[in-house]
Design a protein around this ligand. Structure first.
Ligand SMILES: [Ca+2]
Ligand SMILES: [Ca+2]
Length: 179
């Protein structure tokens, strides 16, 4: 009898924890615009979901692809200035790019260069370019957002570990009965 009571209590605690996880997840991702969230989820499920819906693996793919895209466009800005293709951008190379750029772009290039030159030796090394790329990836999709996206699997209602648009919509209604 005592054992049964314990098991029931754990089950209730488990439910309470799931509820909390859903709340946190939805708050961060939905923000003030549930429609936008639903569109994003529809895209996400269509783009990365399998036949059953969106799984944890699909969410992970989305996260790394978003970050890689942002990383690639940031790194590209430096590669475009690396005129001798040695992997490093030096001041002379920066100057050539600045001469070819518009007046306002010259200032932006200067700031880009200074921000990337972490050790201040007057050149942007491959490691410094890579670090800027990583930063850009995390800016595009931060750890908080990644965790919230991973938490979406908690919205799975039929227990097949895959999320469908219906399950997301149902979770939104539960989270805010007014909508
Ligand atoms: Ca170079
Ligand atoms: Ca440097």
């Amino acid at each position: 009898m005592r054992r049964l009571g314990m098991a029931l209590m754990l089950a209730v605690l488990g439910l309470a924890r799931t509820g909390l996880a859903q709340e946190v997840t939805l708050d961060l991702l939905v923000g003030k615009d549930p429609d936008r969230f639903l569109s994003r989820m529809t895209d996400l499920i269509a783009g990365f979901g399998g036949p059953q819906g969106l799984t944890a693996a699909g969410i992970e793919e989305h996260i790394v692809l978003e970050r890689a895209a942002a990383r690639a466009s940031e790194v590209r800005r430096f590669l475009a200035m690396d005129l001798d293709a040695d992997g490093t951008v030096d001041r002379a190379e920066l100057a050539v790019s600045q001469r070819a750029a518009s007046a306002s772009a010259r200032g932006r290039l200067e700031r880009l260069f200074i921000a990337a030159d972490a050790d201040g030796d007057g050149q942007v090394s491959p490691a410094e370019i890579a670090a800027k790329g990583r930063d850009a990836g995390l800016r595009a999709l931060g750890e908080d957002e990644a965790e919230a996206l991973r938490g979406l699997t908690a919205l799975d209602r039929d227990g097949n570990r895959a999320l469908t648009p219906d399950e997301v919509a149902a979770a939104l209604v539960l989270a805010d009965p007014a909508t």
